[in-house]
Design a protein around this ligand. Structure first.
Ligand code: 13P
Ligand code: SF4
Length: 329
């Protein structure tokens, strides 16, 4: 593998988990293929534990974008969803970018079709268009600046006070940012199916059962849920919080994949996934994220497919809004 010129980004330490690797032929083959093909694996915290364990870089949406910018390997494999793979391709277009399952989409990205968004912008002229990174390349191309849940507040605060802001596609993150920054924003009506599924009543009942547990939530959750949270933050902020906070137990309102890293960081603490409205559903798992499997990861490396391909015009148009975000992050 070529040496990586990433001074500010630490590579995941797998030494403790060699045993896990040795137990699986598939895992060994994936690692071998990565080496042979000079490929790196970037994984989001919402991936299954077995994928998280073999990732070269593991993190939230911002971290994965920052890694994609600096990686000089020949192939970037994204164990995440489609918009993350598109973002990696836009940032580093000369690399081959693979996504183990092209169906791994995102309800937020789907909630914002480019033609409808174009009309929305036209109906709100002279606004600064800020879009959450969870959107398609076409939407990024229509945006002035992109943000993630880690840097959204900073991005909004960087916009001059005399400018009106249009924010898309997540209305829940948008409402949270309105409260945090005091800025009035025009919001697109999109949401994440995973974070909208949390049940306020069931969270309150669980909190009564575990009175010492703190309730922590991702800002894609609805306002009533966020209103009762002890701490609100992106996946990386939630992870950082539980490492330094004095409590021993937490009810966690975000995709349950993050709990693997929380448990690894703090093995003596207890992490309880926040309950969802539908008691028969594992809705705190993102069905899109969980489409990626070790088998698909192996196949995509072996066959160098499916690849993310975007035309040059779209790459150039969408890159500006991502570059502006990266410069501010
Ligand atoms: P972050 O990675 O910014 O925490 O966002 C979570 C998410 O929904 C990714 O799809
Ligand atoms: Fe999209 Fe929600 Fe899944 Fe993240 S958790 S990829 S926002 S559907």
């Amino acid at each position: 593998m070529k040496s990586l010129n990433i001074s500010s980004i630490k590579k995941t330490n797998h030494s403790k988990y060699n045993q896990f690797r040795n137990n699986s032929d598939l895992v060994s083959e994936i690692i071998q293929l990565k080496k042979e093909k000079n490929a790196v694996l970037l994984a989001h915290y919402y991936q299954s534990p077995e994928i998280q364990e073999i990732a070269d870089y593991l993190g939230d949406s911002l971290y994965l974008a920052q890694c994609a910018q600096k990686i000089d390997a020949d192939i970037i494999v994204i164990a995440g969803v489609h918009f993350m793979a598109e973002t990696a391709k836009i940032i580093n277009p000369s690399k081959m970018v693979l996504l183990p399952d092209l169906e791994a989409g995102c309800s937020l990205a789907d909630s914002c079709p480019p033609n409808d968004f174009k009309k929305f912008i036209k109906n709100h002229p002279k606004t600064v268009v800020v879009t959450y990174i969870n959107c398609s390349a076409e939407i990024k191309a229509l945006s002035d600046i992109v943000c993630t849940s880690s840097n959204a507040e900073k991005i909004i605060n960087s916009i001059p006070k005399n400018k009106s802001i249009l924010f898309a596609p997540d209305k829940n993150l948008g409402n949270y940012l309105i409260k945090k920054t005091g800025r009035d924003m025009i919001l697109w009506d999109g949401a994440c199916i995973v974070h909208e599924a949390f049940s306020l009543d069931r969270i309150i009942a669980l909190a009564k059962k575990y009175p010492k547990a703190k309730f922590i939530a991702h800002p894609e959750s609805t306002s009533p849920v966020l209103n009762i949270a002890n701490f609100i933050g992106s996946t990386s902020a939630l992870l950082k919080y539980i490492k330094t906070d004095s409590s021993n137990s937490y009810i966690v309102a975000t995709e349950s994949g993050i709990i693997h890293q929380m448990q690894k960081s703090c093995p003596d603490k207890t992490f309880i996934p926040a309950p969802v409205k539908d008691e028969s559903c594992a809705c705190s798992e993102c069905a899109y994220m969980k489409l990626n499997t070790l088998k698909k990861l192996h196949n995509c490396l072996l066959n160098e497919s499916p690849q993310i391909n975007l035309n040059e015009r779209l790459i150039n148009k969408s890159r500006k809004s991502i570059d502006r975000m990266l410069a501010l992050s």
